[in-house]
Design a protein around this ligand. Structure first.
Ligand SMILES: N[C@@H](CCC(=O)N[C@@H](CS)C(=O)NCC(=O)O)C(=O)O
Length: 225
């Protein structure tokens, strides 16, 4: 007969199995932060794949040196996200996504798509993962001179056009379906209004975001973080 969780009482006969009242501690710990799309893409992959993990929020308004010591020790670049797996700390959101795609066997695309996925991740790091977050940040929290705002806006528009043109030809960024490339490139776009864009301004991007929202387990960044 299978053991059941059991509350002990002084009247219990000797020899009963030890009570198992605690859930096993997950080996994965994700450090992230509110409003961080880079954290969100990793957290979303964990949620979509139902991968057991703990999530610890780091307050980014606290100076780097004063953040929790375990985070400071794990965060090679001082930033979130960081995924701690045993004694290994994974930094850089897109590297973490690739690692988790391998670990979970999900959202990694077909073998022949690996090259395209890696190229989208590098594009994201330098383009849409730079332009939209910085524009949003400047609009919401740290206004910049007009020339800087124009630079950020132009760059974000160019990146959104790149995505829109690609998505006019494909449902997702690679043919087989949603992958880590989609999770990375879309992360900040669920806050597109906060960057000053109407959610429907880029029709194919809007359609694609809806398709991602429809994935079982999808969670909005404001809730996930
Ligand atoms: N290239 C990094 C960017 C991470 C990043 O910019 N993290 C920001 C939050 S979105 C951060 O930790 N900022 C706080 C700080 O730098 O102290 C990645 O993809 O993980």
């Amino acid at each position: 007969m299978a053991d059941k969780p059991h509350m002990t009482s002084p009247n219990d006969p000797p020899g009963l199995p030890a009570p198992r009242l605690e859930t096993p501690v997950s080996p994965l710990l994700l450090y992230g932060a509110v409003d961080s799309g880079h954290s969100y893409k990793v957290r979303l992959l964990l949620l979509l794949t139902r991968t057991p993990h703990r999530y610890q929020r780091i307050a980014l308004d606290v100076p780097r040196a004063d953040r929790p010591a375990a985070f400071v020790a794990a965060s090679r670049y001082g930033e979130v996200p960081v995924l701690v797996e045993g004694d290994v700390a994974w930094c850089q959101s897109d590297a973490i996504l690739l690692h988790l795609a391998l670990r979970t066997g999900a959202f990694g695309g077909l073998p022949g798509e690996h090259g395209a996925i890696v190229q989208w991740l590098f594009w994201e790091a330098n383009r849409i993962g730079f332009s939209v977050p910085n524009l949003r940040f400047a609009r919401r929290w740290a206004p910049q001179p007009a020339q800087v705002m124009a630079y950020l806006r132009d760059r974000a528009e160019a990146d959104l056009q790149t995505l829109d043109a690609t998505l006019a030809r494909n449902e997702f960024l690679v043919p087989s379906g949603p992958t880590v490339a989609d999770l990375a490139c879309s992360a900040y776009l669920f806050w597109l209004d906060q960057a000053g864009f109407a959610p429907t301004a880029y029709q194919e991007v809007a359609r694609w975001l809806n398709a991602l929202r429809a994935l079982p387990g999808w969670t909005h960044p404001d809730e996930a973080l």
